[in-house]
Design a protein around this ligand. Structure first.
Ligand code: SF4
Ligand code: SF4
Length: 378
């Protein structure tokens, strides 16, 4: 990977270069209070693009997988029905995407593109989306209370799956790293210059310091993945988690790595209807309800355990190469029941480990009792 140095004052010129390529550039903008959100950069708001900011509550996932996505239109005329597929193939860049959300998009890529059936709608929409990752380096502004990318191994600096990565080195300089040939072509512009070994050293020092500033950790991921995969979690633990869930669906709607959708037809004109794909949530009863009304996952805890099986079980990790959690912490921020990923990982680990602990010495049978009950072995 090639790296270059760019002055902080020139960083937004990268947005200009991408717009000059004909791309729609979406970038983090500041809303009311401390809110940030991704939106299209225009001449009017270009200078409001944020480089250090709290990660927006909604990831930029919707720019590759919209909440509601028209798939095809049906027209009725003269007793005939014509069907017309609707494809969108935008030339777009997501500027300022965080490392966790880069990993989220990579997860979507593996789900929608890497299997036996490639999803043609996702493929066309994703094909020309250029990702400019910004590394979280400012603990006060960039790292939220609930971020834990360090535990999910997705950040603070993404190692791959971006086109260009920017990292603030302080002293008025950023380091730019090209992740793809398309990213590297930008280095022809005179705003970029070659770096020195001192810049590399500075990057290492900053990342080393930033990693220590995360407040939320889940060092229990490996144990929990093992317990979930071996079906060792007690029903009582799932029930406890289910009792806390209010079935709002918030955790799935903010998750950059959730992939589920439903398909629905709706009227769009007097003789016209459209088929749309809509984000769905395993928290909602309708997710598993069948046409006749039977629901194999009627109890809330049966639906909640599904979410954590899907994200943590070895079967899925083997198929998709990583867990379906990228450590963004959003589900922890939105959940009224405090059953975001880090809390659940800790609950599952603790309850299962306690169950598996050896009994107290006083509870063990005496050697004589054991001998008495054991068959004689020759
Ligand atoms: S955010 Fe919390 S309460 Fe809402 S569906 Fe998810 S787990 Fe349940
Ligand atoms: S499960 Fe929670 S922490 Fe993990 S990626 Fe999804 S929203 Fe973020």
């Amino acid at each position: 990977m090639k790296a270059r140095i760019i002055d902080s004052a020139d960083v937004l010129k990268i947005v200009d270069l991408l717009r000059a390529q004909g791309r729609e550039v979406v970038a983090p903008l500041r809303g009311r209070g401390n809110d940030t959100y991704f939106d299209t950069v225009t001449d009017e708001n270009r200078n409001d693009v944020q480089l250090h900011f709290a990660n927006p509550s909604y990831p930029p996932k919707r720019f590759v997988l919209p909440h509601i996505e028209p798939l095809m239109k049906f027209h009725r005329s003269d007793g005939r029905i014509d069907i017309e597929p609707i494809y969108e193939h935008p030339l777009r860049a997501i500027f300022g995407i965080r490392s966790c959300d880069v990993a989220g998009i990579w997860h979507l890529d593996r789900f929608y593109l890497n299997r036996e059936f490639r999803d043609i709608y996702y493929e066309k929409r994703r094909k020309d989306v250029f990702l400019v990752n910004i590394v979280c380096t400012d603990p006060e502004q960039d790292i939220g209370e609930n971020c834990f990318c360090v535990c999910a191994d997705t950040g603070p600096a993404a190692r791959e799956h971006f086109d260009l990565q920017l990292m603030d080195l302080g002293a008025g300089e950023f380091m730019a790293v090209a992740g793809t040939p398309a990213g590297e072509t930008l280095f022809c512009d005179p705003i970029f210059r070659k770096g020195t070994p001192a810049h590399i050293q500075r990057r290492r020092e900053i990342l080393g310091g930033v990693r220590k500033r995360f407040k939320t950790t889940t060092s229990w991921f490996p144990a929990t993945v093992r317990y979930v995969s071996q079906d060792k979690i007690l029903d009582a633990t799932w029930e406890e988690i289910g009792k806390r869930c209010m079935e709002c669906g918030g955790c799935t709607y903010v998750c950059p790595a959730c992939t589920c959708f439903t398909v629905s037809d709706r009227q769009s004109g007097p003789n016209e209807a459209e088929r749309v794909r809509i984000w769905d949530s395993c928290a909602l009863a309708g997710f598993t309800r069948m046409a006749g009304g039977f629901n194999p996952r009627r109890a809330v805890h049966d639906r909640r355990n599904r979410r954590f099986f899907r994200k943590l079980a070895h079967y899925f990790i083997q198929r998709e190469l990583t867990m379906a959690c990228v450590g963004c912490g959003r589900c922890l921020s939105v959940c009224h029941g405090d059953i975001g990923m880090p809390s659940v990982v800790e609950m599952l680990r603790r309850a299962t480990a306690e169950k598996a602990s050896p009994p107290a010495v006083s509870a063990l049978p005496s050697v004589a009792e054991v001998d008495k009950n054991e068959p004689v072995k020759h």
